[in-house]
Design a binder for this molecule. Structure first.
Ligand code: PHE
Ligand code: ZN
Length: 880
């Protein structure tokens, strides 16, 4: 018998809690295998709850050893406790104290939810439902309590004892033990609880808030890693200042602590006053971190810090509202990075991520609305749709309301809901009221799954001097949603005249806001512009003003014009991508029929022009010179996907562009390094990105001289960005130096696990028929650790998502490898396993032979009797 699918939880069934918990006192007596947790909860029956109603508390793998009400032990007949639930049959009608003693085993906690140990350090992860693995509780985000946490441990093993809030007391105990008491005055849901205990190094700094309050800042890391915390600390201080300046939000405790751990299921966690991070988003130095790592650290530090207002002070009523905190906080961190770096480059990077991760999710069996209506396992809803599309929805709100209306709405939201657990409805109501807008139709963005397709057709009438734009929108059917309603789609646009300048067009009444934004809110809509002297080129969806697929036919010469002239940098980039994509699709079809294919001259010329356009930001040039990924091409093709043909077409395009402009690429590859000592700033990173991109066109597979240059770069690099770029080229292009390079890299970094993750990842993403064997061999490597999520992701997740030809190998070996691994990992860590399993989500788009093989691998996973609810949920939905 297969394991059961967990029961469905539905948004429409929401009921407020029957009891409130005003305060929580925790006493945690730490021990690696037998930690004793004494919890005293002040419970208060809600007026709507009849007196004497049973009290039901959530648990997960818990053992209860004591239970008292108002200090008196409870008779055995008065309660029922099992691993999953505690029921007190007739609790007092008046407020009462419930004391529970549970015993838990941190060392046996391989799920990394609740209290566990990472390299000897005790830490917790409670979002979404981990607190119930520490004590029985009303483990739901709308129960807000004030926490006091007392930790006790041997001082030698755990000199550092941390929990949420401010430090209230410390002291010595007998037998070399000590304790610390932390008090968090801000009521919070249990998912924001955290504790950390261990022998960690502390890196300290301070911050003075706008109103003059001092805040102690500390980053805790394993000893020896102190030197790699500088960038994270700097990012934290900049985040704190930025949130004051841009959103008027100040920090609200005496201390802000960050702890970096090496075993973590996700990126990081915003626990009140005690953020816990995957160390990959804290540690950086030039020797071990790429420019991308630096940018990620800056963004994730900011993201978690920004949650203090959007998530912690104002939290979610229930888990369906997850986007209330995540979409908004991603929007905020994107804005922060835009202000720290180049806005255009950041926008392009974010849209690339959206299109590569969220669009396929929204087009496949795992599609769901930004605010889902139903779930079986909440851990599976920390998705690109909730996060990235959720951020796009907030961005559209800003576009529609304008900067001032948006800020006024957000201020009202903060004022009105501070200290509450609330909903998307309340969020939107704040904007409606403050900005005087009607957002009822806009709210559909939270309700409907699927990416709208916007079709645009244009007609110029030379006699009447009018330019007519015919727009329509539709959402293709997705699981559980056959029909859809027209959304409100803000389309930023420009009509470009022959000289490259935007025309100052007279806008038709009503159809336009804020000068250059057109609002499409019907299924079909025509907009006619008058007094247009000559036929313009339409630049539509500037800045990617809405998360839609744009279906607009532009002639190659119009695309080339936009690529060279559009004043909107995003659409310049987009025009280059569109040109390349069209050609890649054409070439893919030829390759799949074993016919010769070559890149068209238009594309080659546009790439050469971009390379030489010194007026463009270097990072932007590097992005524009990056070909659409194999996954992007597969998405564009949509059905009967043949990954080998895609790979072949893309390789040919790279070769044709590179060989046509060899000397130019060589010049940039070798003569474009930033001057002076390494600096992670955006301008220097842009130079490195462009040089490394050029190197990939100069050093083509099979070109001995080119590959010598790459080897030189590899051995002489003074930073990880250049070293890793060179290593990746050597390995992926099968250069003669590849084994030497891998060995040299391993020798250099064998003691640095984050750097070794890159080594595993580079090999796992090697195209070509050896990849499956390489991955299998690496799973047996002494440095492979199947219990470390980062390492598993570096090897297996990157194989499944970053090696399309080999994951979808025509004999099914890639699918089998991933399915087997999912089953193995699932026994230990269901969250890591189910995330890996989502890499099958586009299986139906593959050609019939491959999709049949993918299906049989999925069925094998599904047949497993002991599958976790996490993986059961994903496999059920993927196969539906
Ligand atoms: N709330 C975290 C964030 O986005 C993500 C997270 C979710 C971490 C669940 C751990 C578990 O910032
Ligand atoms: Zn978040």
């Amino acid at each position: 018998m297969r394991s059961e699918t967990a029961p469905a939880i539905r948004l429409e069934d929401y009921q407020p809690p029957a009891y409130r918990i005003d305060t929580v006192h925790l006493n945690v007596d730490l021990d690696p295998s037998a930690t004793r947790v004494t919890a005293t909860l002040k419970l208060r029956r809600q007026p709507e709850t009849p007196a004497g109603s049973p009290l039901l508390l959530d648990g997960d793998e818990l053992t209860l050893t004591e239970i008292r009400i108002n200090g008196n032990p409870l008779a055995e007949t008065a309660f029922k406790a099992d691993a999953q639930q505690l029921e007190v049959s007739a609790p007092p009608a008046e407020p009462f104290d419930l004391t529970l003693v549970t015993e838990i085993n941190p060392d046996a906690n391989t799920k990394l939810m609740g209290l566990y140990r990472s390299s000897g350090t005790y830490c917790t992860q409670c979002e979404a439902e981990g607190f119930r693995r520490i004590t029985y509780f009303l483990d739901r985000p709308d129960v807000l309590s004030v926490y006091t946490t007392r930790l006790e441990a041997p001082k030698k093993d755990c000199p550092v004892l941390l929990a949420n809030g401010n430090l209230a007391e410390t002291g010595e105990l007998d037998d070399g033990r000590h304790f610390a008491v932390w008090h968090d005055p801000h009521p919070k849901p249990a998912y924001l609880f955290a504790l950390v205990a261990g022998n960690l190094a502390e890196v300290s700094d301070s911050f003075t808030t706008a109103s003059g309050k001092g805040v102690a800042l500390n980053i805790y890391v394993e000893h020896g890693k102190e030197d790699r915390c500088g960038w994270a600390m700097d990012s934290l201080k900049r985040s704190m200042r930025w949130d004051e300046e841009v959103f008027g939000r100040e920090y609200d405790l005496d201390v802000f602590n960050i702890v970096a751990v090496s075993d973590f299921n996700m990126g990081a966690m915003e626990n009140k006053g005690l953020n816990i991070f995957n160390d990959k988003y804290v540690l950086a130095d030039p020797e071990t971190a790429t420019d991308q790592d630096y940018a990620n650290i800056e963004a994730v530090i900011a993201h978690e810090y920004f949650h203090n207002w959007t998530g912690n002070r104002i939290t979610c009523r229930d888990w369906f509202q997850l986007c209330l905190k995540e979409g908004l906080t991603v929007f905020r961190d994107q804005e922060f990075s835009s202000d720290m770096r180049s806005r255009a480059v950041k926008r392009i990077a974010d849209v690339r991520l959206l299109k590569s991760h969220q669009f396929p999710e929204d087009a496949g069996p795992l599609a769901h609305p930004v605010r889902p209506k139903i779930y079986h396992e909440i851990n599976n809803f920390y998705t690109a749709t909730v996060y990235e599309k959720g951020a796009e929805v907030v961005r559209m709100l800003k576009t529609l309301l304008g900067d001032e209306g948006f800020r006024a709405g957000l201020d009202l939201y903060f004022d009105r809901h501070d200290g509450e657990a609330t909903t998307i409805e309340a969020f939107l109501a704040s904007f409606e009221e403050a900005a005087g807008a009607d957002l009822s139709q806009f709210a559909l963005w939270y309700e409907q799954a699927g990416t709208p397709i916007v079709t645009a057709e244009t007609e110029y009438d030379p006699d009447r001097k009018t330019f007519t734009l015919s727009l329509s929108q539709e959402i293709p059917p997705v699981p559980g949603q056959k029909t859809s309603r027209a959304a409100v789609i803000p389309l930023r646009f420009g009509l470009i005249g022959p000289n490259g300048e935007d025309l100052d067009v007279a806008a038709p009444e009503g159809a336009i806001v804020a000068g250059d934004v057109l609002i499409l809110d019907k299924a079909h809509q025509d907009v006619t512009f008058e007094n247009v002297a000559a036929p313009p080129v339409l630049s539509l969806l500037r800045g990617f003003s809405a998360p839609v697929r744009l279906n607009q036919h532009l002639e190659p010469r119009d695309l080339a014009f936009l690529a060279a002239q559009d004043k909107d940098p995003f659409n310049r980039w987009q025009a280059v991508q569109t040109l390349a994509m069209r050609d890649l699709v054409r070439m893919t079809h030829l390759c799949s029929q074993d016919q010769p294919a070559t890149c068209s001259k238009d594309v080659i010329d546009v790439f050469a022009a971009i390379l030489e356009d010194a007026a463009l930001d270097d990072a932007l040039r590097a992005l524009a010179l990056t070909l659409p990924s194999e996954a992007d091409i597969a998405q564009e093709i949509g059905k009967d996907v043949d990954p080998d043909a895609i790979h072949a077409a893309r390789s040919i395009m790279r070769r044709d562009i590179g060989s046509e402009h060899k000397t130019a690429f060589q010049r940039f590859a070798t003569g474009f390094a930033p001057e002076g000592p390494f600096s992670p700033d955006a301008a220097s990173a842009g130079k490195r990105a462009l040089a490394n991109r050029a190197l990939s066109y100069f050093a083509l597979p099979g070109d001995a001289a080119g590959q010598d240059t790459v080897w030189q770069r590899f051995t002489s690099a003074d930073n990880m960005t250049d070293r890793l770029a060179a290593l990746t080229l050597l390995v992926h292009d099968g250069a003669p130096q590849k084994d030497d390079a891998l060995e040299a890299y391993r020798d250099r970094y064998k003691d640095n696990s984050l750097a070794m993750d890159k080594w595993f990842m580079t090999q796992a993403t090697t195209p070509g028929p050896k990849a499956v064997d390489i991955v299998i061999a690496l799973m047996g490597h002494p440095l492979y650790d199947a219990t470390n999520p980062n390492r598993v992701r570096a090897l297996l997740q990157s194989f499944a998502t970053g090696n399309p030809t080999q994951f979808a190998r025509a004999d099914g070996a890639g699918f089998e490898l991933v399915a087997e691994s999912v089953l193995e990992i699932d026994k230990r860590n269901p969250q890591v396993a189910s995330r890996l399993l989502t890499s099958f989500r586009s299986w139906r788009a593959l050609d019939p032979q491959r999709s049949a093989l993918a299906e049989s691998a999925l069925l094998r996973v599904s047949a497993c009797e002991e599958l976790s609810r996490d993986s059961r949920d994903i496999v059920d939905r993927t196969l539906q």
